[in-house]
Design a protein around this ligand. Sequence first.
Ligand code: ZN
Ligand code: ZN
Length: 315
Amino acid sequence: MKALWLENNQLDLREVPEPARSGEALIRIRVAGICSTDLELVKGYYPFTGIPGHEFVGEVVAAEEQRWIGQRVVGDINITCGSCEQCLNGRPTHCENRTALGISKRDGTFAEFTTLPLSNLHLVPASVPDEMAVFTEPLAAALEIQQQVHVQPTDRVLVVGAGRLGQLIAQTLALTGCDLYVVARHVYQQKILVERGIKIITEEYIHPWRWDIVVEATGSPGGFSLARQAIRPRGTLVMKSTYKGEMSVNFSSIVVDEVNIVGSRCGPFEPALRLMERGQVDPSVLIAAEFRLGEALSAFERAAQPGVLKVLVTP
Ligand SMILES: [Zn+2]
Ligand SMILES: [Zn+2]
């Protein structure tokens, strides 16, 4: 099959054998999305050799359980052992033996086919088109914030960053009824938010030490510093991005202000699918471009341009 291959910070298209893993479903990829993690893999922030890609919607073409065949599915990206201490205590996304689709020790979805255990799969409701379903994974990651933090209607909430993930975080936090503001750098990022009735704010109007919850979604030291200044004493700072290399932080001020810091990663798929089915969120407004798999190198170039939101790849 045709696949995008990453090796030594270099992407190329090549023919590879169709994947086969006993006990797993064979899935034909319908659409895959490029996420910031994929771009970071290419830059070599994490070691990975193989087929990248973890955001997808596909169709099951072979499985041990007949009822899955022909179904349109999305899939949890963490493949877990089910028997380690983390798994046994209800923390499967922290499985000590996990592999991650297109990120760690397992080929991903910029290819014609991929495989996943049936227990990772979720059926996509018929009313949710591929161009939405492909956002299930990042939308689930956005929802993880509400799994972790009690957002009260009276809370003043600031999201710093309106990129791929920041937009989805804003759409989902808006549903809580909190007093939400988003820092968006690019004009079209602002436009998407404003069209959905989400308020934007610029740096000079962010009153420091006044925000109950601040979500850092830029992955940049500047974004972190802005988020840190905004949070009120005993407020909650949600870290939704990874940072390349080391970052210097004044932890004394965090101790003095008794700030709660919450690291946040993968989230629940079923609520993400439900919100799209009900039309309560619409991630498809993020789509900047769609490319064929044969043009995947151009797709990655496009996705790496500053401020570009979601680029999709179809086999
Ligand atoms: Zn991702
Ligand atoms: Zn485990």
